[in-house]
Design a protein around this ligand. Structure first.
Ligand code: NAD
Length: 448
C-alpha cells in the first residue's frame, strides 16, 4: 500500500493505519483466538499461514510489437477441507500480501458456507483498462501455463475476481486443456461461459448471496425498525459483477438504490436511481458519472451518505479509522473482500452498526462456483431455480449460524438490535470457520 492510497480524513489517528491486507487478516484472526480456547499455538500458526506462494514473471509480446514483462502470484492458503479455490484479479495494485489475504479469506468463506474447498487466490499486476483483448489473452495463457500443475480440478481451482470475467475463465480452461488433453477438464476453473460448462446463476451469484444474507439478517431483527428491504435506501460502491447485480436484485426485492459508483466517481439520487438508464449510460460512456437526473459525488461521499444499507463492492480498505465515525448506514453488507479495516470494525461495533462480513456476505460466488464444479464433474446442467434455491438455503443457514454464535459470544439470548457489542459478526463468523478447519485438521491428523 503506497502513501497515496492511505485513507485521508482521520480525525482520531496520529499514526497511519496499517492497511496491509495480510496484516489485517492476522489481526482479524487474532480477535477470534480468545474464543478458540482449545486450539494449540502451533495449530494456530498453521491455520494462519498460507501453505504455498508462487510468483511467476513472464514476457508478453504487445500489440505494438514491443515486449513487456508481467508478474503474477498464486497463493494457496489451505487444502485441509478440499482443493484450493479462489479468484484471479488483474489490477495494477496487486501485491503478494494482498493475494495472501484474499486466499486466507477464501479458506474461511468456504468453511463457513460448508463447501468442500480450501482457500486460494491469484493476481496479475497489470492495468486491464490499457490492454487489448489479445494482450489479455496472452497474459492469461502465459500466467496459467507458468503455474503448471499447481492448478488443477482437484488441487487448486481459479474463478473470476476484479477485472477478470468469463472470457478470462474460457482462456484459462483452454490453456489448461491444451496442457492436459483427453480428459474432462471443465472443473479446473469456474465462472466459465454457459456454453463451456458454466453454471446458470453464477454471474449473479455473489450479488444474489449479498441479497439473501441481508434479507435474513433483517428478518432476524438485527436492525431496529427495518425487518425487510421494502423501502430501504441502499448505496453501492462499485458497479461490476457484484455491485451491478446487487443493485438490480436489491431493487427487485423492494429497496431503493440511492447511490452507485465506479472507479471514476459516484452518482446520488435520493428518490432512487433508474437502474435501466444507469446500465445503458455505463455501456455508452464507460462511467456512471453524468447520468441525467443524478448528482455527481465522490466515492468517499458515497460511503458517508445517509442510507439503510451500504454495500461496498469494489476494493479493500474503504471503511477505515478515518471515516468509520461518519458512516450513516444502518447496516453494512460487504460485497467486496476486505472493505472494512479492523479499526473501522471496532468503531462500527461501538456505534451499533452491524457489518455482514465478506466471508459471509459475498460467499454466494464461491457457493455457485462449487455448484458449477459439481455439475462439471457429473456432466450435468442444473436449472436456474435449482441453483438459486440451493444458494438461498446455504446463505440463510450460514447467516443463521453466524447470528446464533454472535448472540452467544455477546451473552444475548437471541440475535437482536443491540446498542453496541464486544464481539462483532466478523469475529463470530471467523470462530465458526476456524473451528471447522481446525476440526478437520485434527481428524486427519498432522502429517506424518
Ligand atoms: P469487477 O471488475 O466486475 O467490478 C469492479 C467495480 O469496482 C467496477 O465497477 C469498477 O469501476 C469499480 N471500482 C474499481 N476501483 C474503484 C474505486 N477506487 N472506487 C470505486 N469503485 C471502483 O469486480 P467484481 O467481480 O464485481 O469484484 C468486486 C469486489 O467483489 C472485489 O473486492 C472482489 O474481490 C469481490 N468479490 C467478487 C466476487 C465475484 O464473484 N466476482 C466474489 C466475491 C467477492
Amino acid at each position: 500500500m503506497t502513501d497515496a492510497q492511505q485513507p485521508t480524513g482521520s480525525a482520531v489517528a496520529t499514526e497511519p493505519e496499517d492497511l496491509n491486507p495480510f496484516h489485517i487478516t492476522q489481526q482479524q484472526f487474532d480477535r477470534a483466538i480468545p474464543h478458540l480456547a482449545r486450539l494449540k499455538r502451533g495449530l494456530i500458526d498453521f491455520l494462519k499461514s498460507p501453505v504455498r506462494t508462487i510468483t511467476v514473471s513472464f514476457p508478453v509480446e504487445m500489440d505494438d510489437g514491443s515486449v513487456a514483462m508481467f508478474t503474477g502470484h498464486r497463493v494457496l492458503h489451505s487444502q485441509v477441507r478440499g482443493p484450493g479455490k479462489g479468484g484471479i484479479r488483474y489490477h495494477p495494485n496487486v501485491t503478494v500480501d494482498q493475494v495472501r489475504a484474499l486466499a486466507e479469506w477464501m479458506t474461511w468463506k468456504c468453511a463457513l458456507l460448508d463447501v468442500p474447498f480450501g482457500g486460494a487466490k491469484g493476481g496479475v499486476v497489470c492495468n486491464p483498462k490499457e490492454l487489448g483483448a489479445s494482450e489479455l489473452r496472452k497474459i492469461t495463457r502465459r500466467y496459467i501455463s507458468d503455474l503448471g500443475d499447481n492448478i488443477g480440478p482437484h488441487t487448486d481451482i481459479p474463478a473470476p475476481d476484479l477485472y477478470t470475467n468469463e472470457q478470462t475463465m474460457a482462456w484459462i480452461y483452454d490453456t489448461y486443456h491444451t496442457m492436459h488433453p483427453g480428459r474432462n477438464n471443465w472443473p479446473v476453473v469456474t465462472g466459465k461461459p454457459l456454453s463451456m460448462g458454466g453454471s446458470l446463476g453464477r454471474k449473479q451469484a455473489t450479488g444474489r448471496g449479498c441479497l439473501y444474507a441481508t434479507e435474513r439478517l433483517l428478518e432476524r431483527g438485527l436492525v431496529a425498525g427495518l425487518n425487510s428491504l421494502a423501502g430501504a435506501r441502499v448505496a453501492i460502491q462499485g458497479y461490476g459483477e457484484v455491485g451491478r447485480v446487487a443493485a438490480e436484485l436489491f431493487q427487485a426485492a423492494g429497496a431503493r438504490v440511492v447511490a452507485l459508483s465506479d472507479s471514476q466517481g459516484g452518482i446520488h439520487q435520493p428518490d432512487g436511481i433508474d437502474l435501466a438508464a444507469a446500465r445503458q449510460f455505463k455501456q455508452q460512456h464507460q462511467t456512471l458519472v453524468g447520468l441525467p437526473g443524478t448528482r455527481a459525488i465522490t466515492n468517499q461521499e458515497l460511503l458517508e451518505l445517509p442510507c439503510d444499507v451500504l454495500l461496498p463492492a469494489a476494493l479493500e480498505n474503504q471503511l477505515h479509522r478515518g471515516n468509520a465515525q461518519r458512516i450513516q448506514a444502518r447496516l453494512i453488507c460487504e460485497g467486496a473482500n476486505g472493505p472494512t479495516t479492523p479499526a473501522a470494525d471496532e468503531i462500527l461495533a461501538r456505534r451499533g452498526i452491524p457489518v455482514l462480513p465478506d466471508i459471509l456476505a459475498n460467499a454466494g460466488g464461491v457457493t455457485v462456483s462449487y455448484f458449477e464444479w459439481v455439475q462439471n464433474i457429473e456432466n450435468e446442467q442444473w436449472e436456474l431455480e435449482q441453483v438459486n434455491t440451493k444458494l438461498q438455503s446455504k446463505m440463510r443457514s450460514a447467516t443463521d449460524h453466524v447470528l446464533d454464535r454472535w448472540s452467544q459470544l455477546n451473552g444475548l439470548t437471541t440475535p437482536q438490535a443491540a446498542g453496541s457489542w464486544s464481539v462483532d459478526l466478523r469475529t463470530a463468523a471467523l470462530v465458526i470457520a476456524i473451528e471447522r478447519v481446525a476440526d478437520v485438521t485434527l481428524r486427519r491428523g498432522i502429517w506424518p
